[in-house]
Design a binder for this molecule. Structure first.
Ligand code: HEM
Length: 456
């Protein structure tokens, strides 16, 4: 930061001075789950509230979070309201599995996410980044929210299946994008369903999507198994086909391979796309930081990045990505529901109680951060893995279920952002603030136009 320059305070929803009454809380939550918090939430270690008969606990205390996500994690499951919309996308893959089945799957998937494997995927990240930059060339303005959606889907589809742009990639991309924007949005019935299969009469669109989606992924896996997809590929599908159960030695079944692929696609594309959007938005507000990053990237141009270790050439870029995830966590809320009664923060929690662990709140909490609302990437200097070392920082979740794709996401986002910054200067066309809106991911309230000027 320049000696006398003040850090920018990027847009965020209004923080209410007092806790909202139940009717106002319901209305505020329906319009934006990030806009219903009172100042208190950002100061306290925990808070309990009953809203329309639903017992809820907001947990900010690191020891209590560890209890939910690690030491007594079997007492807490994913709430049905969160599982129902995701099931058609992720099937029985690792994201939605529980207990011993989750443990088995996570262990089997681990070799697909080692640093060595992620490193082997770097050419796919470069390809997606290069295509994004190419599409921007000669265009003075861009909807970067949309552009990053395309680029991150391409990166994941290439990493999973070595799928280059073409009709198959277009079909899969359109299917997922359409689903998350329509039938895949959590709805009113999800909140009241007593079982996963309840209200089947209203689930036609989700069933149709699931059928088409799984059929499309099945076709790709079948072509690889049949050897008709060519041998010239390095991707996650290879790794999944090579997986063996530690005890039985059995490979994954077709359905298991498909469900894991579908899970990675869902978990990996929109989260990384949001990270890239908010990082570029912040850099458009902070031109001086953008210039510094461009200098850093030009000193080690993206095409030279061949290993994960090479990311050390871009320390500022990494700090900006980490700070973007602090201010606008791609996953703003991690929900758990009590399945076995437990005592948490000294409170007795019965079955069904909702536990809210909110990266949005934690990342702006006064106990963990100086100037919590300010954009100050340097706060992460010298902290290589703050999502593990910093108690108030959990963009990737925590405990044994921490995001399996964190290294993948950071390498991919670094390469895409560096490629864009090396070639283009970004600024906003309009002064209208872009407000974050909470859903499954932290979305912008509108998709702004960026001015994109080629730099020499
Ligand atoms: C910036 C990008 C990303 C963010 C912020 C992010 C965030 C998260 C979070 C918060 C969780 C924990 C959810 C919970 O405990 O309820 C999670 C889990 C997961 N993520 Fe990510 N993620 C990102 C990218 C990726 C990528 C690129 C992949 C795969 C290619 C991926 C695959 C997964 C999977 C499979 C899980 C479930 C792990 C388990 O339950 O054992 N994520 N992610």
């Amino acid at each position: 930061m320049d000696a006398l320059a003040r850090p920018i305070i990027p847009p965020a929803p209004y923080v209410h001075p007092e806790d909202l009454s139940t009717p106002r809380l319901v209305v505020a939550t329906l319009s934006n789950t990030l806009g219903n918090w009172s100042k208190n939430a950002f100061d306290i270690p925990w808070g309990r509230r009953n809203v329309l008969g639903v017992d809820s606990l907001l947990v900010n205390d690191p020891a209590a979070i560890r209890q939910v996500m690690q030491t007594n994690m079997t007492a807490y499951g994913r709430p049905l309201a969160a599982v129902r919309p995701v099931r058609p996308l992720a099937g029985a893959g690792v994201l939605l599995s529980e207990g011993a089945e989750w443990k088995r799957q996570r262990k089997m998937l681990a070799p697909a996410f080692t640093p060595g494997t992620v490193e082997s995927l770097i050419p796919h990240f470069h390809a997606a980044a290069g295509n994004l930059a190419e599409r921007r060339a000669g265009q003075p303005r861009a909807n970067l929210s949309d552009a990053f959606h395309h680029a991150t889907l391409e990166a994941v589809l290439r990493s999973l299946f070595s799928l280059p742009p073409g009709p198959e990639q277009t079909e899969l991309a359109a299917l997922v994008r359409d689903y998350v924007a329509t039938a895949g949005r959590p709805n009113f019935l999800d909140g009241f369903a007593p079982r996963e299969e309840s209200f089947a009469f209203a689930g036609g669109a989700r069933r149709r999507f699931r059928k088409r989606w799984f059929a499309a992924v099945d076709r790709i896996v079948a072509a690889r198994r049949a050897g008709t997809a060519g041998a010239d590929h390095v991707d996650l599908l290879d790794r999944l086909l090579a997986v063996r159960d530690a005890e039985t030695g059995a490979p994954l079944s077709d359905a298991e391979v498909r469900d894991q692929c579908a899970t990675m696609l869902f978990a990996g594309f929109e989260t990384t796309s949001r990270l890239l959007f908010w990082a570029t938005y912040l850099l458009s507000l902070d031109g001086a930081e953008q210039t510094r990053l461009r200098q850093e990237v030009r000193a080690f141009p993206p095409e030279r990045l061949a290993t994960l270790e090479d990311q050390h050439h871009w320390p500022r870029l990494r700090n900006v990505l980490l700070e973007a995830m602090r201010l606008y966590p791609p996953v703003p809320i991690i929900m758990r529901q009590v399945v076995t009664p437990d005592v948490l923060c000294g409170e007795s929690l019965g079955k069904g109680c909702l536990v809210w662990i909110s990266p949005w709140v934690l990342h702006r909490h006064t106990a963990f951060w100086d100037s919590p609302t300010a954009f100050m990437p340097d706060r992460f200097a010298g902290k290589p893995t703050p999502w593990i070392s910093e108690p108030g920082y959990m963009p990737f979740g925590g405990g044994p279920r921490i995001c399996i794709g964190a290294a993948f996401a950071l390498a991919e986002a670094s390469i895409i952002l560096a490629t864009v910054l090396e070639r283009f200067e970004l600024s906003m066309e309009s002064d209208r603030p872009v407000m974050p809106v909470g859903g499954v991911t932290t979305a912008p309230d509108h998709e702004p136009w960026f001015r994109v000027e080629r730099v020499g």
